[in-house]
Design a protein around this ligand. Structure first.
Ligand code: C2E
Ligand code: MG
Ligand code: MG
Length: 599
């Protein structure tokens, strides 16, 4: 298995826009209006006498506030029980006021709102207009005509209820995608276990992990990543029944509870549907992107009957899919427990590896064919695990990338390779090109150029001997930012190569827009090239086109004499492969080189 960046040769097509509008994920209608609060109160015409109005209030004990309208049914004021009482309880008030029109004593600044006003706006209007309106209530109009009232009490009730819903939502749902969060999921899983036990039924827990999300997030940006997660959650939800639960555990990890299965095989069918749905191209902002996911399935009660047990087993099955190359689903089996422990402990061990000096670099020579001279080396990382022995970068680089450790490790590699270069020169070796692999995640670090610069200064290497190897996907994603970084590196005098060329989806002519010096033709094209016409045709085309574009070329993975001869016939300038030497430790390389010089 190759590293994350290496395998990230999947299609990232660039196309048009996605605009998906999401309802508030709590299911609340954000645009709830005062319609919810509306109740009808008989309006009082503005010319009614005060005494009549007083009688209305005396007769209807439940009436606290009444709207006052003009001839056109347009509200002009408000009268409330408090105001009437205040006036008529004074001595001689009845005699003084009974003939007056209600228009003369009414409150003339009521809050009047249109039926379409949102609850939130009404709350703001009330706060701004003075809280006394909470007691009086509000007049509601439609096209300026009176249609009813709303009380402050009702408004308060509505707001409180909405607040409670909001709080519940905040605590139980994922803010980004709107699906249940870990807390609610655990609760639902417990319920599912209890229900399945009662009904002697079957259900499945599916762990879903988006493949290479970290890389997408790091290279295409966090808002792209967020939108991707929203779309992803949406695809998951629409792939299952409404009664099933899709939840987000955090990051790019989702879980699904598939309820009431009639047979175990159904879980696999759903998993396969999900995989298919996710694979469909997805448009985010200006891009069309194809993503995949890894699914692990555990069944109740077949694999476990506890919440934690099911989670652990679905997770183990999911990791098994990752190990097998992602983009698929696997149903749990006991053998995976062991793998999970192994992976987790590898990650823990890898954290220590740097400090414990367990990492080292091996070097593999690069040969210039015309002169038959060694002109460079590629530095290849090795991990000498205290218990497991030598571990291949193909195994631990993906772990380093997923855990973010690659940044520190990559920095160490840069420094160590340049330090070794200087040491060899001191030991009398000619200055060779030092090819160093760079992970996408490392390349996207803000301070990558500064880090390279510092290594150059610290080690004293002449930067023209450094060649950084990047993959096509690194260059193709976020081209604008890439060009800037590449130019900055170039200005330091550093050379740039595209590694594993031909396995990505970029075209050579597109790549030449970037300041690149060399392409490394992937070893899959070199393998048995003399016997596989398709490989030969591809290599011939790459060499012809690369040559016409002024790029230098190196063929990787040359193992046999036949392969070498064929490459030579196609006028590739340089080669690298087991045919000359496997990657070997620094001292061994020095001896090998000195031996070579003697012959
Ligand atoms: P790569 O950069 O394409 O390196 C070439 C790989 O091909 C090396 O595998 C090398 O040992 C192997 N190889 C060379 N000649 C032959 C041959 O003739 N036949 C065959 N079958 N294989 C050959 P290795 O050392 O296991 O590294 C695997 C990958 O791990 C590298 O592929 C690179 O992607 C990654 N890697 C290695 N070191 C580093 C590092 O320091 N940083 C990063 N980010 N990635 C690294
Ligand atoms: Mg390489
Ligand atoms: Mg390569």
């Amino acid at each position: 298995m190759k590293s994350l960046t290496r395998i990230a040769k999947e299609k990232i097509l660039i196309d048009s826009d996605i605009k998906q509008t999401y309802m508030n994920a709590s299911g609340q209608n954000q645009s709830a209006t005062v319609k919810e609060l509306l109740h009808y109160v008989d309006p009082i015409p503005v010319e009614r006498r005060c005494l009549d109005v007083l009688n209305i209030f005396i007769e209807d004990k439940t009436l606290f506030t009444a709207p006052i309208i003009n001839d056109n049914n347009v509200p002009v004021g408000l009268i409330d029980r408090g105001r009437l009482t205040e006036i008529f309880f004074k001595p001689y008030a009845r005699d003084l006021h009974h003939r007056k029109l209600i228009g003369e004593i009414m409150t003339t600044d009521p809050v009047i709102v249109d039926i379409n006003t949102s609850i939130d706006d009404l709350a703001n209007i009330t706060i701004n207009a003075g809280m006394r309106h909470m007691a009086n209530g509000f007049i509601i109009v439609e096209n300026s005509a009176y249609i009813g009232m709303a009380t402050g009490h009702k408004l308060l009730e509505e707001i409180t209820q909405r607040k409670q819903q909001d709080l519940y939502f905040l605590a139980h749902y994922d803010q980004l995608t709107g699906v249940p969060n870990r807390l609610l999921f655990k609760d639902r899983l417990l319920q599912a276990c209890q229900q399945a036990k009662r009904n002697k039924s079957l259900f499945a827990l599916v762990f879903v992990d988006l493949d290479r999300f970290k890389q997408i997030n790091d290279t295409l940006g966090h808002s792209f990543g967020d939108q991707l997660l929203i779309n992803f959650a949406h695809r998951l939800t629409s792939s299952v029944r409404e009664s099933d639960t899709v939840a987000r555990m955090g990051g790019d990890e989702f879980v699904i509870i598939l309820q009431n299965l009639t047979e175990a095989g159904h879980a696999e069918k759903v998993a396969s549907t999900i995989i298919d749905n996710i694979r469909q191209p997805m448009q985010i902002y200006e891009r069309e992107i194809q993503i995949t996911a890894s699914l692990g399935v555990a069944l109740y009660p077949l694999h476990d009957d506890t919440v934690d047990g099911l989670i652990r087993k679905a997770d183990a099955a999911m990791y098994e899919v990752k190990e097998k190359g992602r983009n698929g689903y696997i149903v749990y089996s006991e053998v995976f427990d062991h793998c999970l422990i192994e992976r987790n402990s590898l990650e823990t061990d890898l954290r220590m590896a740097l400090n414990n000096n367990e990492l080292s670099l091996f070097y593999q020579p690069q040969i210039h064919l015309a002169s038959n001279q060694v002109i460079g080396v590629e530095a290849l990382l090795r991990w000498h695990h205290p218990k497991q022995g030598l571990i291949s970068p193909a195994t631990f680089i993906p772990i380093a990338e997923e855990s973010g450790l690659i940044v520190a490790i990559g920095e160490w590699v840069l420094h160590e390779a340049c330090r070794q270069h200087a040491e060899w020169v001191r030991q009398g070796l000619p200055s060779l090109r030092m090819a160093i692999n760079v992970s996408a995640i490392q390349f996207r670090q803000q301070d990558f150029c500064a880090c390279v610069k510092k290594v150059v200064e610290d080690t004293g290497i002449d930067p023209k001997y450094i060649e950084l190897e990047l993959t096509e996907s690194v260059v193709m994603t976020n081209p604008l930012q890439t060009v800037t970084v590449l130019n900055e590196l170039r200005s330091l005098g550093i050379k740039l190569a595209i590694d594993d060329f031909g396995t990505g989806h970029s075209s050579l002519s597109y790549l030449t827009r970037f300041p690149i010096d060399r392409i490394k033709i992937d070893q899959s094209f070199i393998r048995n090239i003399h016997d596989v016409p398709a490989n030969e045709a591809i290599v011939r085309a790459i060499i012809a086109m690369g040559g016409s574009l002024g790029l230098e070329m190196i063929a990787e993975g040359v193992e046999t004499m036949d392969e070498l001869e064929c490459i030579k016939n196609h006028q590739c300038q340089e080669v690298q492969g087991y045919h000359f030497s496997r990657p070997i430790p620094a001292d061994a390389f020095k001896d090998w080189h000195q031996e070579l010089m003697k012959t």
